[in-house]
Design a protein around this ligand. Structure first.
Ligand SMILES: *Cc1c(COP(=O)(O)O)cnc(C)c1O
Length: 304
């Protein structure tokens, strides 16, 4: 069964004019669960079902939890999502709307995750939000779709949290002999764990993460993402929270689609001309999406 969809690839006239190059948007925000996460998670869940999994358990109150819940409903497999008390009502509602059981436990993700792991029974499968090769395989298909459309990118722009999107895109590019294409890996200044590892040339963790882009707040990227950063042509870019919000609001006006600051981070590379691309460059921006915000929330942020 097809759960994640082939997303549109559209040329952004506005962003092409701003950047002075040819900007292509891979519209992962249009996945039925609202983010690219569905690609990896649907792929992983289907493999696990083929191997006998009868229930999925995960501990993400964000876009990963939503993608597991959506997949479970489509495949008629029960899903439990354990989230910490800090999870927003909206996030819990979206997951419950997909028919998953939402269990609220603990003050932090670590406590919720511990409970999720302790619940695992024989035919249960735990779904990690980013650190699993099956996820990267599913995500990589988005690059096949871009190539199928006849677009060979000269640069790719994407956001980095735990690094599954980076891992999947790098895998897809390598499959098409494009492993030297620069990948601009964007984080916010409060979540820049890949940036820290690239600077240290070692797989390091941040003491803490801060700021509004909670979807990017993994204090350490998965080890594959770090490996990719050392072997592929990855360029780290760090942006401010304010820039992510401005990019989200501009993108809503220009393309009529609401995305999270996690995605605004990538869009801000184009809106604020943070990277200078050549006029002939085809720049592929992964519009990773995210269901975690509303226009009210975006407009309510204040920065000093
Ligand atoms: C998960 C997510 C990210 C970060 O992806 P990683 O694979 O964790 O690096 C970025 N944007 C959105 C909308 C996400 O859901």
């Amino acid at each position: 069964m097809q759960i994640s969809i082939k997303t549109p690839l559209i040329e952004s006239v506005v962003l092409s004019q701003i950047t002075g190059s040819e900007v292509w948007l891979k519209m992962e925000a249009l996945q039925p669960s609202g983010s690219f996460k569905l690609r990896g998670i649907a792929h992983a869940c289907q493999k696990h079902i083929a191997q006998g999994a009868q229930r999925f358990i995960c501990s993400s109150g964000g876009n990963a939890g939503l993608a597991v819940a959506y997949t479970g409903r489509k495949l008629q497999v029960p899903v439990i999502v354990v989230v910490p008390k800090t999870t927003s009502e909206r996030a819990k509602l979206l997951i419950a709307q997909q028919g998953a059981d939402v269990i609220v436990h603990g003050d932090s993700w670590f406590e919720a995750n511990d409970l999720a792991l302790s619940m695992l029974q024989e035919h249960d499968q735990f779904i990690h939000p980013f650190d699993d090769a099956l996820l990267w395989e599913g995500i990589s298909i988005m690059i096949d779709e871009v190539i199928e459309k006849g677009i060979k990118p000269d640069a790719v722009v994407l956001s980095v949290g735990g690094g599954s999107l980076l891992s999947g895109v790098a895998l897809g590019l390598a499959r098409h002999q494009l492993k030297d294409v620069p990948i601009y890996a964007v984080e916010t200044d409060g979540t820049a764990s890949l940036h820290a590892s690239m600077l240290a040339k070692a797989h390091v963790a941040l003491d803490k993460t801060t700021g509004i882009a909670t979807t990017l707040a993994a204090n350490k990227v998965c080890s594959n993402a770090f490996q990719v950063s050392q072997h592929a042509n990855v360029k780290s870019v760090v942006v401010s929270d304010q820039d992510t919000v401005n990019a989200c609001l501009n993108f809503l006006d220009d393309h009529r689609i609401l995305v999270e600051p996690a995605c605004g981070a990538s869009l801000s590379i184009a809106y604020d001309q943070k990277v200078h691309f050549k006029p002939t460059d085809k720049v592929l921006v992964i519009v990773c999406g995210g269901s975690g915000t509303t226009l009210d929330v975006l407009q309510g942020y204040t920065f000093d």
